[in-house]
Design a protein around this ligand. Sequence first.
Ligand SMILES: CC(C)(COP(=O)(O)OP(=O)(O)OC[C@H]1O[C@@H](n2cnc3c(N)ncnc32)[C@H](O)[C@@H]1OP(=O)(O)O)[C@@H](O)C(=O)NCCC(=O)NCCS
Length: 143
Amino acid sequence: MIRRSLGELYESIREFLVVTDDDGVVIGCAALHVFWQDLAELKCLAVAESAQGRGVGRMLVDACWNAARELEIQSVFTLTYVAEFFEKCGYQRIDKADLPHKIWNECVRCPLFPSCNENALIRTVGAPATLAGTNHALATVEA
Ligand SMILES: CC(C)(COP(=O)(O)OP(=O)(O)OC[C@H]1O[C@@H](n2cnc3c(N)ncnc32)[C@H](O)[C@@H]1OP(=O)(O)O)[C@@H](O)C(=O)NCCC(=O)NCCS
């Protein structure tokens, strides 16, 4: 995951969704960054190790999708090393070259640029997403 300064995090704080446990401790987060009228990126997805495997990641991915739909955004993409996880959440693999150049602005700051092995996946309204939207309710999602 890309390192971010505290300032950057404050600037983008409203893009984040978090899951908290019963004590209000954050156990997972994800961000939805709007790129264009019809395109947003799901980024910064992370679940605390102690909370993994309990549906928190899927809950965050679903919540980002719902946030995009509220904005009437048709497609959400992600760049990730855990492609299989996103496939289980209804995303489909695409060629990274199919994404607009604008999305690479942040990648140039990554130590692995330009030869990272991240996979690009996308979910689009109307595309088959048979596994998406499954309810694994565990905690609350807060924006
Ligand atoms: C990847 C990650 C977000 C998954 O979160 P999680 O809360 O453990 O996942 P869930 O419990 O919601 O899992 C949902 C489904 O995905 C599967 N899954 C979880 N992690 C997976 C992985 N790494 N690869 C493949 N499948 C995975 C689960 O088995 C589950 O499948 P099921 O519905 O058939 O039972 C979490 O492991 C994590 O934060 N990893 C470290 C940071 C990271 O890699 N972030 C992604 C950067 S884009």
